[in-house]
Every structure is written in C-alpha cells, then in structure tokens.
Design a protein around this ligand. Structure first.
Ligand code: SF4
Length: 286
C-alpha cells in the first residue's frame, strides 16, 4: 500500500529476537526501518542493527544525568544510553533523541538544556507531548497548559528541535490514522499507539479495508496540528480514559462514539483548536 517508514517501538523492541530479522526484510523490500529504544541494549546490538541495514535510531532520553535516571528509576541509565548513542554515531547511524516535553521540564528549561546538550553532540531532539495513558492516565495535570504549549512552540523555532508533526510526507501535524498507523504485536490496527481503539486485525482483515473504516472517523480523516490524544481533553475523556485498566486494543464496535459518527454529521467535526491552518500545498501556517 506504499508504506515507507516502519517504526519498531515497545516496550523495548531490542529485547525481541524478531526485530532485527524484520528490519532486514523491510530494508530488502525498499522500506525505511526505524527503532525507538531506551538505549540499554544499543551497545550490545549495534553491529547487528547496522548489518541489518538500520539507518535511523530514536533514543528516549528524559533529562540529563541523574534526572534521566530518576525518570526511569534506573541508576546509570543516562550514561548507558549515551554510550549506545555514541556507538551508533560511530557506526554511521542517524540518531535522534526523543523526549517528553512535560509542564515541569518546559517551565524549568530542562527540555531546552537537554536539546542543547544533544545538539553539541550533533544530535537533534524530537519533542513528544505527554501521553495521558498507561501510568499517567490519572494525571490530568500532566496535560500541557496553554502557557507550556506556547513554550513547546517556541522551542520548535530552534533548528535542532522538532516534533513528530514535522515528519510527515504531505502535511504538518498529527497524522494518526491518515499518514501513520500503529499495528500491535497481535495484529490490531489503531490510529496511534496512544489511541487503543482497534479498527480491525490484519491477521483476518485486509489492511485497506481497515484503513477505509478508520478514515470514516473525522479525527482520522484529516491531519490536526496538535497531538489530539494529549492536548484535547474531550478526545481523551472519550477515547482513552474510559479504557483504563483494559488490556490490548478495544474493538471499534465497543466504542459507541467512534462507531456512530460519520463524515456527514457536522457535529463531529474536528475541534477548531486542533485544526491545522494549511495553505494550498498543505504546509501549516504557524
Ligand atoms: S495522537 Fe497524533 S501526535 Fe499524538 S502520539 Fe498519536 S499520532 Fe502522535
């Protein structure tokens, strides 16, 4: 279906014996494989990753030194990850540091300090919005405040700081369900890893049919200029919070709101604060 970029994420994809063989297959077929990792196993796996053909690795870092170690409750993790990053760079692999821009890290300036630290090492930083799911599902105060959304946007003016909305092929913004989809280890297809609503399973249904179903939902029919799963409280309350504690993706048929809306219903339009202001070529006006 023309997919180009295949991102392995976890959990931790480098603990799986399947990741490297799958990278090899994707590369052989002309795809562009990427691994999102915490960096712990990078030193051990770097030669196999390189031999499999990986060009790009994302490493999750959420603070400098002990601050990162505390975030993950793993003493020494920052140094381990940094060592893995250095080995990847020596092997000629492009590395990007991925960091969660929290209210705290934006206000304290830690997000900027981390990006500057990485920039000195010729590494760009990729910001992600805090996802109020998993262990943060009951932490509404982690949703970025208006002030911190402005700080987030200010940081993006640095040429070494980005967010995933800049990485699309056609349009700036959150591409959940439109340019990007998530496929779980069990074959469930969801709009993104943070929106655990399954529109079908690729083991039993053709992907094209699953995507057609997904794109009937206005949220996944067009591209919004923010991370809707994080920033939009109504979206979160409808599609993420109710499934607290449920394991795996929830079939669309069990999510009444998604199932009942259609593009012909004007009440279900994407909220204006999430809508990208795009010009004729699809470039966002920021
Ligand atoms: S909702 Fe969009 S921006 Fe947010 S994590 Fe999912 S794909 Fe990314």
């Amino acid at each position: 279906m023309g997919a180009i970029n295949f991102v392995f994420q976890g959990g931790e994809p480098l603990v799986s014996d399947l990741t490297i063989p799958l990278i090899r297959i994707i590369k052989r077929r002309g795809g562009y494989p990427v691994v999102n990792t915490n960096g712990i196993l990078l030193a051990e796996k770097i030669l196999s990753l390189k031999a499999a053909g990986i060009d790009w690795i994302n490493v999750s870092i959420n603070g400098i030194g002990e601050s990162h170690d505390q975030f993950y409750n793993h003493p020494g993790l920052f140094d381990i990850s940094l060592h893995g990053i250095e080995l990847a760079q020596k092997a000629g692999i492009h590395v990007i540091v991925v960091t969660i821009a929290t209210n705290k890290s934006l206000e304290s300036g830690e997000t900027l300090r981390l990006a500057q630290f990485m920039n000195k090492r010729k590494i760009d930083t990729w910001l992600v919005y805090p996802m109020l799911a998993g262990r943060w599902i009951d932490h509404p105060y982690e949703r970025l405040s208006e002030e911190n959304i402005k700080r987030f946007d200010e940081l993006l003016k640095n040429k070494f700081i980005h967010w995933e909305g800049e990485g699309n092929y056609f349009k700036y913004g959150c591409a959940a369900g439109r340019e990007s989809i998530y496929v779980s280890a069990y074959g469930d297809v969801t709009p993104c890893a943070g929106i655990c609503v399954s529109f079908g399973n690729i083991i039993i249904t053709p992907l094209r049919d699953i995507l057609n179903k997904m794109r009937q939902v206005p949220y996944f029919h067009d591209i919004t200029n923010r991370c809707m799963a994080s920033v939009d409280e109504k979206f979160h309350n409808k599609f993420i919070a109710p499934f607290k504690g449920r394991e795996g993706a929830i079939p669309i048929e069990q999510v009444e709101f998604f199932y009942s809306i259609s593009l012909t219903n004007p009440k279900t339009r994407i909220p204006s604060h999430l809508n990208a202001q795009t010009d004729y070529d699809g470039h966002v006006a920021r």
